[in-house]
Each structure stands twice: as structure tokens, then as C-alpha cells.
Design a protein around this ligand. Structure first.
Ligand code: BTN
Length: 254
């Protein structure tokens, strides 16, 4: 059961996470977030659950959270920014999660666009959804799933080889409430400083697990193998193939 008092004590934001909607059980925090947006929920509202039953992942995948042992939440923001900034928000969310992991002594890395890796295994993912109208991003839901205190045997068997949790990698148990507050503190700080010299692109590239490495990239019907050169100023992936640079807005590194 999520303890709001522990969470509030650690939260130092101005708006992100100041309003929290906690549900012991929910189909999907992202789906709930969109329902709340249609009722004009304030900027920065966070939806969290202990037990997500129908978690949604990127590329129509399912996302499985281990009840009580995962951090499963969504943040509602109204960015009023240009649509080409969409990718930047999910990159910033990935950075905030790794900021928090690094603070806890875990060298978490990022896989484009926004997988959280620890020792080359996936510990978390981000599903960023947005509604664009009149040429601006009106509303955005940043959904985050992070495996925190799950043991290997508690993760789905098919994922044992490729998935992990903070506890598996560090041997330490974490308080979900403290992690959530710290991630949100970092996230708000990074959103507020986005235009300053400390570019999220450079920070992201420093934490990238595959910078300058050969990757196989899957986007729509296209499969491209090349060197991952880094990110464009809008957070697109730049792959170098046969001396040419190819830019991808979305896709998956296999
Ligand atoms: C991925 O495919 O890697 C992204 C996974 C995102 C899962 C999170 S869990 C909280 C939020 N609610 C959802 O239904 N999905 C996201």
C-alpha cells in the first residue's frame, strides 16, 4: 500500500506530483490519466497504482508490473510546446529515472528511445502519449513502469534473460514512495532547465548504452543496421549506414 505521507515528505516540486491520485488496483495508469485529462485535471497530476492489470507498453506491447514491487505511474502535463518537442519529454523522463538510480549508486543506462537498462537488462520503460491540436502539444501523459523490488523468480519467465529490477542488480530494497518523489523532483528540475545550457540531448548521450555502437534498428517495415551516432536536437535517433546518416523519429533497437 502506497504511503502518501512518506512520499509528500520527500517531494520538493512546485507542481509535478503535488496532486496524486492513488489506486490500489487499476487497468492502466495511462488510460486513467486520459480519463482525468478529459475532466481538466491540473498540470502535474500523478496517477499511481500498486497493481496494474492491463499495462500498456510501446509498440502495442503489454507491460507487466509486479504488484507492490514495481513503480507504476503516469504524469499529466500540458506542455503547450511545438509537436517536434514530443520526443524530448520522454528523453527527459528517462534521464530523471536514471538520475534517481545514479543517486542510489546504480549505473542505469538508456536505450533509445526510453528503455531503462541496468547491466544491459531492461528495468523500466516509458510510454509517452500526447494530444496535439492547433499546432501545439496540448496534453501529454508520461507513463513509467520500473521494476523495483521484484526478484528474478517474480518476473515473467519469458523475460528472465532480458529483464531485471533495481533490487536484483543492487541487492538493496527500495521504498517505492521515496523513489517516486525523487524521480519527480529530478523530472521537474529537468523540465524547468530544458532550454538552459545543460542540454538534455548531451546528458542523454552520456547515459546512452549504445552510443557509437553497431545497432539493428526496426522502424515500421524498415530494418536498418548501422552505427548509433547520437540524437538530433529534437531527440530523433541518428544512425550512420554506408557513410550516410539516417534519422528516425520512432522505432526500436533490436
Ligand atoms: C515500454 O514498452 O517499455 C513502455 C512501458 C510503459 C509502462 C508504463 S506502466 C505505467 C504506465 N501505464 C501504462 O499502461 N503503461 C505505462
Amino acid at each position: 500500500m502506497f504511503d502518501l505521507n512518506i512520499y509528500k515528505e520527500k517531494l520538493s516540486t512546485n507542481y509535478i506530483g503535488q496532486i496524486v491520485q492513488y489506486y490500489p488496483k487499476l487497468d492502466s495508469t495511462n488510460t486513467k490519466a486520459w480519463e482525468l485529462i478529459s475532466k481538466n485535471t491540473p498540470n502535474g497530476t500523478v496517477i499511481i497504482t500498486d497493481n496494474q492489470l492491463k499495462g500498456r507498453g510501446r509498440q502495442s506491447n503489454k507491460w507487466i508490473s509486479i504488484p507492490g514491487k514495481s513503480l507504476t505511474f503516469s504524469i499529466i502535463i500540458y506542455p503547450n510546446a511545438l509537436p517536434n518537442q514530443t520526443n524530448l519529454y520522454s528523453l527527459i523522463a528517462g534521464l530523471a529515472i536514471t538520475d534517481c538510480a545514479v543517486e542510489n549508486g546504480i549505473q542505469a543506462k538508456l536505450k533509445w528511445p526510453n528503455d531503462i537498462l541496468i547491466n544491459d537488462k531492461k528495468a523500466g520503460g516509458i510510454l509517452c502519449e500526447s494530444k496535439i491540436s492547433a499546432g501545439v502539444i496540448q496534453s501529454m501523459v508520461i507513463g513509467i513502469g520500473l521494476n523495483v523490488n521484484a526478484k528474478t523468480t517474480e518476473l515473467p519467465e519469458t523475460l528472465h534473460k532480458n529483464a531485471t529490477s533495481l533490487m536484483i542488480e543492487s541487492g538493496t530494497q527500495y521504498k517505492i514512495e521515496i523513489l517516486l518523489a525523487n524521480i519527480l523532483n529530478y523530472l521537474e528540475h529537468r523540465i524547468q532547465n530544458e532550454d538552459k545550457t545543460n542540454s538534455p540531448i548531451l546528458d542523454w548521450e552520456k547515459r546512452c548504452a549504445h552510443l557509437s555502437q553497431k545497432v539493428t534498428f526496426h522502424s515500421g517495415n524498415e530494418i536498418v543496421t548501422g552505427i548509433f551516432k547520437g540524437l538530433s536536437s529534437n531527440g530523433q535517433a541518428i544512425i550512420s549506414k554506408d557513410g550516410e546518416e539516417v534519422i528516425f523519429d520512432s522505432g526500436e533497437i533490436i
